[in-house]
Design a protein around this ligand. Structure first.
Ligand code: GZL
Length: 350
């Protein structure tokens, strides 16, 4: 009898231990990377990272890239906060990092405005701020040390020049392109650059911009916005999606409404254009020609940010703005290369 109770005791004890480990790992995983969940490893360089959300495959790849870079570095600790696409959450996160007296704050700002006071608080606390991905619009640019990300307007110019060359190669008159813009999060650097690039190209080439609306870089909003635009307009033949997740949603809406998504515009197909090149379904669609062209947007900034911090630790100076090189993808053979601002870019197969 005793033997049975003893076995039961050890079984219960091991179950408790497992639950304890699991929950500790879970908390560490949720709030921090490679630091004890009950506090910050004060012997390491502590980096507080305020990520804007988890709205897209691009964002998740960016988050993983940041975590991997710091996890791999001995002597660094990353404290991660997800802003769930709300600036107020990100401002709270930055203030928490200030209270924790981290060594560096890394911020991926959801939109450009509204950061002056909290960045001033970080400066008052003598904590350097590094921006990643999107930029901030502040009165004093010394409020952040440096930024690394994409040239979003260049991404747009490349996709629009690809469309221009595609139309020329297929005898499509500029005025016969009836374009809708599924915009990203309004006021974000990516949306501002990609929208501006489209409108400038439309003005220059004589394209018809039928409508534009915020689709917030998500698949759900992409589908909703596309469906409502199809109810409002009967001449749409190009859908300019400001990221892949929107494009996936837009394609679902187009096909649900009986449209054929493709590149044969003159025979009634609707062309979808996109940005990122991270979402697996979007890349598959691009290989099938269902997404005609994708402007690459590189999310892998983790190593770049970590190297910047290592340079700052050594007292080295860093360029204020650091742009990453990006490609343009299409499986269609009509356009093999494009020239934008005097620079030639080969069109890469997705
Ligand atoms: C671009 C980034 C954008 C991506 C979207 O650098 O800010 O936000 O294009 C993401 O996929 O949601």
């Amino acid at each position: 009898m005793m033997k049975k109770y003893k076995m039961l005791f050890w079984l219960l004890l091991s179950m408790l231990a497992l639950v304890g480990c699991g929950s500790r790992r879970h908390v560490e995983k949720e709030n921090t990377t490679n630091v004890p969940s009950e506090g910050i490893d004060s012997n390491s360089v502590v980096v507080g990272f305020s990520q804007l959300g988890a709205e897209s495959d691009w964002r998740n790849a960016n988050t993983e890239s940041m975590k991997e870079a710091f996890y791999a570095r001995h002597g660094y600790s990353l404290v991660f906060k997800d802003g769930q696409q709300k600036q107020s959450n990100q401002i709270t996160a930055v203030r928490t990092f200030i209270q924790q007296d981290v060594d560096y704050i890394v911020l991926a700002p959801v939109t450009e405005t509204g950061w002056d006071s909290v960045l001033q608080e970080a400066r008052d606390a003598d904590i350097p701020v590094i921006l990643v991905d999107r930029l901030v619009d502040v009165s004093d640019e010394s409020l952040y040390q440096c930024w690394v990300g994409s040239d979003f307007e260049l991404e747009a110019k490349k996709v629009c020049e690809w469309l221009n060359q595609y139309a020329i190669a297929n005898g499509i008159a500029p005025g016969d392109l009836h374009i809708v813009d599924l915009q990203g999060t309004l006021g974000s650097t990516a949306q501002i650059g990609r929208s501006r690039g489209l409108y400038e190209a439309a003005m220059e080439n004589g394209w018809d911009i039928v409508d534009a609306a915020e689709a917030d870089f998500t698949q759900a909003r992409g589908r909703e916005v596309m469906a409502s635009m199809l109810r409002a307009h009967d001449n749409i033949n190009v859908v300019y999606c400001e990221n892949d997740n929107e494009a996936i949603g837009a394609i679902k809406a187009l096909e649900a409404a009986g449209y054929t998504v493709g590149s044969d515009i003159l025979n009634g197909e609707v062309m979808v254009l996109s940005f990122d090149g991270i979402n697996k379904d979007a890349l598959d669609y691009a290989r099938q020609g269902k997404i005609a062209c994708i402007g690459e947007c590189n999310p892998m900034h983790g190593e770049r940010v970590a190297s910047m911090i290592e340079q700052l630790e050594k007292g080295e100076t860093i360029n204020k703005l650091n742009y990453v090189d990006e490609r343009i993808f299409s499986a269609l053979s009509d356009v093999t290369d494009i020239t934008v601002d005097g620079e030639k870019y080969s069109v890469t197969s997705p």
